[in-house]
Design a protein. Structure first.
Length: 158
């Protein structure tokens, strides 16, 4: 819950995954599990984590329109691919199951040749079918997928 000028905001937001994904999370285990489960249920998509849920009136499920509208959508509904990394790390920390955590990467592993050979897109619409938007090649999305792929036990054979 955030304290804002308008009062407390109980909205579910993906950034709380960062607190769980840390090697030494400041959250107790029960709260870590609650965060992972809520984000999996309401924010996780096949391309990353959405900024907010459709239940929030300010959510914009489509990233389009003029610059101001697009900028607002970036923080109010857009799916950011790089946040799959903190989600997978948090899931692994809570459940301790590398294979299950790695399974969340499967849709992204299929994507590298869809838009730009060998890379992953920056963002997707929050609304299905999660149309790709933004840059067709985004280093931090690709880097996070590789980071957690390795964290979950995959090896390059080096």
């Amino acid at each position: 819950m955030l304290d804002s000028p308008g009062g407390n905001d109980p909205s579910l937001r993906r950034n709380q995954l960062l607190a769980v994904s840390l090697p030494h999370s400041p959250l107790p285990p029960k709260q870590q599990k609650a965060v992972v489960d809520a984000c999996a249920r309401h924010l996780l998509t096949s391309h990353g984590c959405a900024a907010s849920t459709p239940a929030i009136p300010t959510t914009r499920g489509r990233h389009g329109g003029d610059r101001r509208t697009r900028d607002a959508a970036c923080h109010q509904g857009t799916v950011w691919g790089w946040l799959i990394g903190p989600f997978v790390s948090a899931h692994l920390q809570v459940y301790g199951d590398p294979a299950q955590a790695r399974s969340f990467l499967a849709p992204l592993i299929q994507e590298p040749d869809a838009h730009c050979v060998g890379s992953l897109t920056e963002i997707h619409d929050g609304d299905p079918p999660h149309t790709p938007r933004g840059r067709i090649a985004q280093a931090w999305t690709a880097a996070e997928v590789l980071r957690v792929w390795k964290e979950t036990g995959w090896s390059w054979g080096i």
